[in-house]
Design a protein around this ligand. Structure first.
Ligand code: MTE
Length: 312
């Protein structure tokens, strides 16, 4: 895909997901009063006909949802283990109730929200997003959640707030590798405030119509679909509005390898491997990585005038 062509590539799983599976899931979600796929495509992607003009994009429309089994058994959650296939078992007893998320820092109304409040005060919607890990694999995941901007609006960032810092749970008694010394936990991430307020930025509480399992970041995690997966912090406990760019775990341990922005960019390689292609879990072979993971049309206004090869 030409990087100057910012048209978005919507995920359209209805085309390829086995019909019975897809329809029964839609019925279930409708029954729960969830916002459906039609609304999603209307709100964050252009009409498919626009996208179909490009042959490359047409091919990319054929994207199946990654299976629930793969999404929940091939995961990165380093507080438990660095073995992707071992997380689900080690995390199965992770206690997520009671849970709350504290919002503080440069806000007018600092406040702690219980999980119940987060679930009931903010309408949960389904968002089907690509997820591209910096390691070179990807998935298509149907999340449940709500846009982070709704929560930020509730606490009212002050004019000094320019960044948002995220901190995730650190419970050594329940997380095998929390004190291994391999990483400076707690896991910290950050976004610029305008990125955090972008409508695509999601706080996810579920996937495939069910509550998040522990290994995927229960009970609430961040999802930033145009950035490499490591920006999407799991099991959030604290969100702090700050003035200056906050330190982040990966940027601290290897700044030359993991930039603060971490926007998916097939034109900017990781120092140790190419980012031009990716392995879609469940598919054979590799597919081209999309600029901004296919969300360029929505997010490029955030980066006007920025050199994305320097700000990687
Ligand atoms: N959040 C925490 N707290 N700990 C982690 O190790 N791994 C990150 C991110 N969030 C991670 C985390 C990485 S590297 C990726 S690719 C995604 O979670 C993976 O999300 P998934 O396992 O649900 O697909």
């Amino acid at each position: 895909m030409d990087q100057n062509d910012y048209r978005s590539v919507p995920v359209n799983p209805e085309e390829v997901t086995p019909k019975e599976v897809y329809l029964s899931r839609r019925k279930f979600l409708k029954g729960m009063g969830m916002v459906g796929l039609g609304a999603l495509l209307a709100s964050c992607a252009p009409a498919i006909s626009t996208v179909n003009e490009s042959p490359a994009s047409t091919e990319d429309l054929r994207e199946a949802l990654t299976s629930y089994d793969a999404i929940t058994n091939y995961v990165n959650y380093y507080e438990f283990t660095t073995n992707k296939e071992g997380v689900a078992e080690l995390a199965q007893d992770f206690v997520t109730e009671p849970w709350s998320v504290e919002l503080s820092g440069l806000v007018e109304n600092p406040r702690r929200f219980s999980l119940d409040e987060l679930r009931t005060n903010f309408e949960q919607e389904e968002r089907i997003y690509r997820m591209r890990c910096v390691e070179g694999w990807s998935m298509v995941i149907p999340w449940l959640g709500f846009p982070l901007h709704k929560l930020l609006a509730a606490v009212k960032p002050t004019p000094q707030a320019r960044y948002v810092a995220f901190e995730t749970a650190l419970v050594p008694e329940q997380m095998n590798a929390a004190e291994s010394g391999m990483f400076p936990f707690p896991y910290r991430e950050g976004l610029r405030l305008d990125e955090a307020e972008h409508d695509l930025t999601l706080l996810a509480t579920g996937l495939y119509g069910e509550d998040l399992p522990p290994q995927n970041g229960a009970p609430i995690r961040l999802v930033v679909p145009w950035k490499y997966g490591f920006k999407s912090s799991k099991s959030l406990v604290r969100i702090t509005l700050v003035e200056n760019q906050p330190p982040t775990l990966w940027n601290t341990v290897a700044p030359q390898e993991y930039g603060f922005f971490a926007n998916v960019n097939p034109g900017v390689d990781h120092p140790r491997w190419s980012q031009a292609t990716e392995r879609r879990i469940g598919e054979s072979g590799r597919r081209a990585t999309l600029f901004m993971n296919g969300y360029a049309e929505e997010v490029m206004p955030l980066y006007e005038g920025m050199d994305l090869t320097l700000n990687y």
